[in-house]
Write a protein that binds this ligand. Sequence first.
Ligand code: GUN
Ligand code: FE
Length: 420
Amino acid sequence: MDTIILRGDICFTPDKDHLETHPDSYLVFENGICRGIFSKLPEKYACIHVKDYKGHLIIPGMVDLHIHAPQFAFRGMGMDYELLTWLKNRTFPEEAKYADTEYAALAYGMFADQMKKSATTHAVIFGTIHREATLMLMDMMENTGLTSYVGKVNMDRDAPVELLESGAREGAADTISFINESLRRGYKKTKPILTPRFIPCCTDELLRELSKVRIQYDLPVQSHLSENPGEVELVKKLMPQAKFYADAYDRFGLFGKQAKTVMAHCVYSTGEEIERIKENGVWIAHCPSSNVNLSSGIAPVRKYIENGIRMGLGSDVAGGQTESIFRAITDTIGVSKLYWRYIDADAKPITFSESFYLATKGGGSFFGKVGSFEEGYEMSVVVLDDSVIPHPQQLSLEERVERSVYLGVDVRGIRAKLCI
Ligand code: GUN
Ligand code: FE
């Protein structure tokens, strides 16, 4: 039996309303599965070496439910655009470069390095339309130690021709060959995910073909939903038969139920759409930094929590400027305060424990039993040395975690990352 024991100041959110803390305690995993937290190590573990992180914080790894690997190269630039002009002027020209595998190797190498250094242990990732470059990205992600889903993007309209599938059937065939090759490579931690970019870039024919591919391989799905007013209007024009935006995916079996699905944003989801999200068991990836940068708006996260909708956080690099999920946690809280102040006085701001929960156990549920230190959960741990930012006073464990997240201790203070 492979047993791993960590000692330190342990903190996690078994439920959204409370941050559970265990000062100077032992966290035990057997064969990668959590077996409990002990203030005194039980006798049966006496002979096992303890990884001693006394004085350091031990928290679950962060889960990024929505990030674009090819956009990492231009993060922090072009932030004065709105979504649709940003796609046209910044995103598509950059993504077109990934036809060149040399450029892809260079850029994806930098992305994978940063993901490895970050506090993120699980990620759901967009590539580009290019099969070779996306497979290269999967090779690199496999070597980072993260668990990830990676998608070759599908799009066949409303983008530069070099970013379009040559036809709906051809796009599906290329996607099948991407999936087959990714399965042939036998990755342990990296899996393919079906990735129609969003309705404005996908014809009905393409969605129909992808739906067949999805069933054939029983793939999960990722895409964008109700992000920005301009996009929502465009979808109404492009698919007038859809009752609402989500219905445009659902008509093709690409929206939850048997298809495990994560949709980024949901800023403008209406009552019917929210019902459908809930009914179909779709995960929402809340991406507050991106929603600010691209002038998209503020998602009604309180409403989603009250409705019991599955939800996690996404960095949405490069709509969001950083891959740091710590930043997504604090932005979630910040924008929820503006929502409460300006939009809906009944929508109580999101608390720190709620936001931390979304970043760990909330998003982690997309991967299974991930994001908590309850018994039976998979090993996914980040160790932080919060003394890299000194303080003069005594702090509780709760205060140390909150402060570490707000002050970005993930930049300089990660001491270890352990995953199954
Ligand atoms: N909608 C379609 N493509 C994209 C993208 O790359 N980023 C974001 N934020 N929204 C999108
Ligand atoms: Fe996105």
